[in-house]
Design a protein around this ligand. Structure first.
Ligand code: VGL
Ligand code: ZN
Length: 199
């Protein structure tokens, strides 16, 4: 339908097996996502896009390891292995992804001092990426989400989208999660409670 868009979250090499922040089975979803792209009138992609030395990287915090949590000025932040560095192969979309139909690519996480999980807001929950304005201006009120990772960028995007008044479906079969300390169940429950349709 004309007022719907498919938003494919971060289907990039570094989140697939062989990448620096590999999500188990991350590459398995590519054929299904491609089929969803084929069937969607409007397709938007997000691309995690960090400068080298980004503040979400454990390597930027001496004495810290990946997957530890630190307190940043904007709140708690999980530290990650270096990933999706601007212009690197790891930041490219998975080679099998049928990305050419995408009408918009939203890059996020490019500000050195702040991470951005959601396609709509950075992790301070107030700095917008511009996606909400783009969707509103184009009359798109419903989005379907697929991609990586279910419990981080997909979930944060879905929760923000509901908060912004969009009708939101997350296709769990077209997502894979990181699952840090039970985050997959916790974020799935939060999405369900918020009114996200889980498909
Ligand atoms: C993501 C952790 C760090 C994601 C991005 O795409 O879910 N997770 N950067
Ligand atoms: Zn990232």
């Amino acid at each position: 339908m004309a007022d719907e868009a498919l938003v494919v979250i971060d289907l990039q090499n570094d989140f697939c097996p062989g990448g620096t922040l590999a999500v188990a089975g991350g590459d398995e979803i590519v054929p299904l996502v491609n089929e969803m792209i084929r069937q969607s009138e409007h397709v938007i992609l997000t691309q995690d896009w960090h400068p080298a030395g980004h503040s979400s990287f454990a390597s930027s915090h001496p004495g810290h390891q990946p997957f530890q949590t630190v307190t940043m000025p904007y709140g708690e932040q999980t530290l990650w292995p270096d990933h999706c560095i601007q212009g690197s192969r790891g930041a490219d979309f998975h080679h099998g992804l049928a990305w050419t139909k995408a009408e918009l690519v939203i890059r996020k996480g490019f500000r050195p001092a702040i991470d951005s999980y959601s396609a709509f807001y950075e992790n301070d929950r107030t700095t917008p990426t511009g996606l909400a304005g783009y969707l509103h201006e184009r009359g798109i009120g419903a989005i379907t989400l697929a991609g990586l990772a279910t419990d981080f960028c997909v979930a944060y995007s879905a929760l923000d989208a509901v908060r912004l008044g969009f009708s939101v479906t997350v296709r769990l079969d077209a997502c894979r999660g990181i699952d840090l300390g039970g985050s997959l169940d916790a974020m799935t429950a939060r999405m369900r409670e918020a009114g996200v349709a889980l498909g």
